[in-house]
Design a protein around this ligand. Structure first.
Ligand code: CU
Length: 168
């Protein structure tokens, strides 16, 4: 929550969403945060040094940012999937089910690994990166509306998903 953000892509005066975790392993978090912050580096120099080109709105918290961060995934799957209103996401058969989940703002979403194999979930827009052994769960809560794409970093290109919060 320390990374400064300019403003949400549209609507909503609130700041970026928060996530809570019921497990504590965060081995991918540092890398994910660093990558996500990279596009901001030039315009947040702190002293107005380097005026960089075209200070357009920052897309770092959008689904597009996640897709840019993980280009090896088959993101086109998302365009073929219907959103399912549920606060329960399951890792099963090396896929996230449903592929696209939709919840009201502030909903606690539980992600459970139903496989015996280990999985992982990295949600750049929520600063979440958790490893889940078989049977483990993690809870995420997005306090502001948005569309949050995520991956299991262990299993590209297919193990990805999208969480739509509020109006997305
Ligand atoms: Cu996986």
């Amino acid at each position: 929550m320390t990374r400064p953000s300019r403003r949400p892509p549209e609507g909503g005066p609130s700041s970026r969403p928060a996530a809570t975790r019921s497990t504590s392993r965060r081995r991918f978090l540092a890398a994910a945060a660093a990558l996500a912050a990279a596009p901001l580096a030039g315009c947040l120099g702190g002293g107005g040094d380097t005026p960089t080109a075209t200070p357009t709105a920052t897309p770092t918290e959008t689904a597009t940012g996640a897709q840019a961060q993980f280009p090896d995934y088959d993101w086109a799957q998302l365009t073929r999937a219907d959103a399912v209103e549920t606060d329960t996401i399951t890792m099963r058969g090396f896929q996230f089910q449903p592929l696209v989940a939709k919840v009201p703002t502030g909903t606690e979403v539980t992600v459970t690994n139903d496989d015996s194999a280990g999985h992982e979930i990295t949600v750049p827009g929520l600063d979440v990166a958790e490893t889940l052994d078989g049977g483990q769960s993690v809870s995420l809560t997005a306090e502001t509306a948005g569309t949050f794409d995520y991956v299991c970093e262990f299993h590209p290109p297919d193990m990805l998903g999208r969480l739509i919060v509020g109006d997305g």
